[in-house]
Structures are given as C-alpha cells and as structure tokens.
Design a protein around this ligand. Structure first.
Ligand code: LRH
Ligand code: MN
Ligand code: MN
Length: 388
C-alpha cells in the first residue's frame, strides 16, 4: 500500500527549475516567430517565472544562460529574484555561439581559442559566486563534421584539461554538471556524445562533477530510465534538462511526445531516492516555446513533470518487489501500469488547494491577467537568446 501523505509531501516539496530562455523569443532553424509581451531583459524573465511559481507553487528556481542573461550586477538580479520568491539556479555556459568556436571550444586545436572558452567557463563560476547558484551546466557543441577533420583522441585530452581547470575553480558547495548530446550541431563526431563519455570524465574529476541528462539528447529508442538508474546507483546523476523528443532535440514541452517514458524515468528517480533534496537531483526544464504561448507552456510543462512524478510515487513498491522476486513478470508489469494509468489530476488539485493555490494552474494564470499586462506594457527592446 502506498502512503498517501508521504506522496503528497514529496509532491509538495519537489522543485522544478524553469529556464530563463523558455520565456523569451527563440528560434527554430527557420524563423523566430516573435510574440508580443516577451521579456526584454533577464529581470523581466524573472517576472514571468514568478507567474509560473504563483500558479504552480513548485517552480521557485530559474536557470540562467550566459551570455543571454548577462547583467551588470548579478547580486542585484539575485535580489530581484528574491523579491519575487525566486532563487537563481544553474548557470548555463555558452561556448557555442561565437564565430571563434566554429571548430570547437575547449577541444579546439588552437590553444588561444581553448583559452577563450575556458575563460568563459571560469567567468560562469564567478557569476555563480554572485548569484549563489549551486550548479554550472556545461554543454559543448564541439565535434567534427568530416572524418579526418581533427584527432578524436586529442580532443578528449583537451576536453579533460579544460574540465579539470573548471573543477579546480569550484567552491565547496558548487557542482559542475556535464551534459551530453548525441549529435547536432556536429554530425560526424561529437566530443561528449553520450552518458558514458560524460560519466567517465565526471568520475575522473571527482564528486563535484555529475552527469546531466537532457531527455532530448538521445537516439530514438534509447532507454533513458536505464541511464537514470545506473547514474543514481553511482551517485552521478546531477539532474535533468527536461524536454521532449519527437525526432531529435526539439526542446518542446516535456511529456508531450511520450508521457509514459517520463513516468518510467521518474519511477527510477522516485524508487532510488532521487526526489529527496539531499540526493541533489535538479529537475530543470530546457525548452523553447516557438508557436505556443510561453508562460502557459512552462506551466503546462511543470504540470506534466508533476503528473509523472505523482504516478511514479503511486507505484506500489512492495507489490512490485514481490512480483519481481517471484519472477511473476505480468504481475510486476501490472503494478507499474496500474500506477501509470491512474488519473492523478484530482490528487494534484487537492494538493494545490492544501497549499492555498488554485487547483488549476492554467486557470490561475488566465485569471491573473498577467498576459494582457505584459502585452500592453512591454513595448520596444529586444532580448538575447537562441536565434532571437
Ligand atoms: C543544447 C542545450 C544545452 C544548452 C541549451 C540551450 O542543445 O540542451 O543545454 O545550454 O540547449
Ligand atoms: Mn539541455
Ligand atoms: Mn538540447
């Protein structure tokens, strides 16, 4: 039997981190469809994130992307966040949008370019000191397009060297999360293409280096929950970049392509104590909303993670273990499917009411009339971001 009060407590204490870049105009390969009322600077992105928090109660942390969110005074940005009941989360580095990085950043054959990339990463740690962020998120677009273009092994050496320098710079309470991605923008080799490569580097670096699983960064058919179970066992799962994946890294709303996969992932997390804050798993969204309204899309995404988490928490673990131990394949599978097929929306509505929230976050946002306010008020100005 599942203890409902424990389920409710776990759902109330889950923290979902939303990405600053999800609130702004962002590009597909084809075009940026600009929306009215989008934030013009990082302060306004936080104002929008505060609306997501007001509607859901579980999204008080916002990840920043540097340089998209560069401001003169990061401590002041932190104060602005605090005023809205928010904290600043992971600092996402960006060594993929400068012409100098055409042939790679930290793996580039040219030492001057490697130095420039490393300096950016170290600057991100300086920013973490000011924002109080715990996590530095590293994603490298580094790779090659053609066989023979560069030395695959030498690039690993250069990568390891840069990672070690960043690790050295981390404070006691700071971590580096190394993201992997199968392909794109490089199409022949990618320098951190998979969890094994990320894990091997993190293992060598030490306990403050962990793997981040971006759910969109795998080949079709990859069993992501296996990766999650493995990394949790090794204490190397730093967190998630949640999004969807219909064909490749689409950055669409988490749980939209395959809610069952999201449930299976969260089942491994819940079962292996990954929901406990002390395990340190960060539940981050990494999304862009190109054709849909942005703030409601972030709210919907938070709800999708909550629904999958609730279902995962409803898995009757005693019955599951009994089925597994006795080799009763169908019984064990039925335990999982029963939880997955439960409609958890009434439970989540109840929890929200207990927290003094509107049971329907989408309605809460609609009723706030924030959208009308920003469309009328945010006129002129441009923000930085993906293809914007
Ligand atoms: C790369 C990625 C990485 C970036 C973000 C904007 O595809 O997932 O996390 O920082 O997108
Ligand atoms: Mn990502
Ligand atoms: Mn991505």
């Amino acid at each position: 039997m599942t203890d409902l009060s424990a389920v409710k407590a776990a759902l109330k204490s889950q923290r979902i981190e939303t990405p600053s870049w999800g609130y702004g105009n962002s590009g597909t390969r084809f075009k940026v469809f600009r929306q009215a009322g989008v934030p013009r600077d990082p302060y306004e992105k936080l104002d929008d994130a505060a609306q997501v928090q007001a509607a859901t109660g579980v999204a008080p942390v916002v990840s920043l992307h540097i340089p998209w969110d560069r401001v003169d005074d990061f401590a002041e940005l932190g104060t602005h966040a605090k005023k809205h009941g928010l904290t600043l989360g992971a600092i996402n580095s960006n060594v993929f949008q400068d012409d100098d990085f055409k042939l790679g950043s930290v793996t580039n054959a040219d030492p001057a370019i490697r130095r420039k990339a490393l300096d950016h990463l170290l600057e991100c740690v300086d920013i973490m000191d000011q924002t109080g962020s715990r996590d530095l998120k590293l994603w490298f677009s580094d790779g090659t397009n053609y066989p023979g273009q560069d030395d695959i092994r030498a690039r690993q050496d250069r990568l390891a060297e840069a990672l070690a320098a960043v690790y050295e710079r981390l404070g006691d309470d700071q971590r580096m999360l190394l993201e992997y991605k199968l392909f794109e923008p490089a199409f022949y080799t990618t320098d951190v293409p998979d969890w094994g490569t990320s894990y091997a580097h993190c293992l060598k670096l030490g306990p403050k280096a962990q793997v981040v699983v971006d759910t969109g960064h795998h080949a079709p058919g990859t069993n992501i929950e296996f990766i999650v179970a493995f990394l949790l066992r090794e204490k190397k799962l730093g967190g998630f970049d949640f999004n969807s994946r219909f064909y490749a890294d689409d950055d669409l709303m988490v749980g939209s392509a395959d809610p069952f996969q999201l449930f299976r992932i969260l089942h491994e997390v819940a079962k292996n104590n990954g929901l406990a804050a002390e395990t340190g798993v960060a539940f981050m969204l990494d999304q862009c909303h190109n054709i849909e309204a942005k703030i409601p899309a972030v709210i919907r995404s938070v709800m999708n993670v909550q629904e999958a988490t609730a279902k995962a928490l409803l898995v009757d673990l005693d019955a599951l273990t009994a089925g597994q131990r006795s080799g009763d394949v169908l019984a064990a599978n039925a335990v999982l499917m029963d939880a997955y097929n439960t409609d958890v929306r009434p439970l989540l509505a109840e929890i929200r009411q207990e927290q003094g929230l509107n049971p329907d976050p989408m309605a809460a946002y609609r009723d706030s009339r924030w959208q009308q306010q920003i469309v009328a008020g945010r006129v002129g100005g441009e923000q930085a971001g993906w293809g914007a």
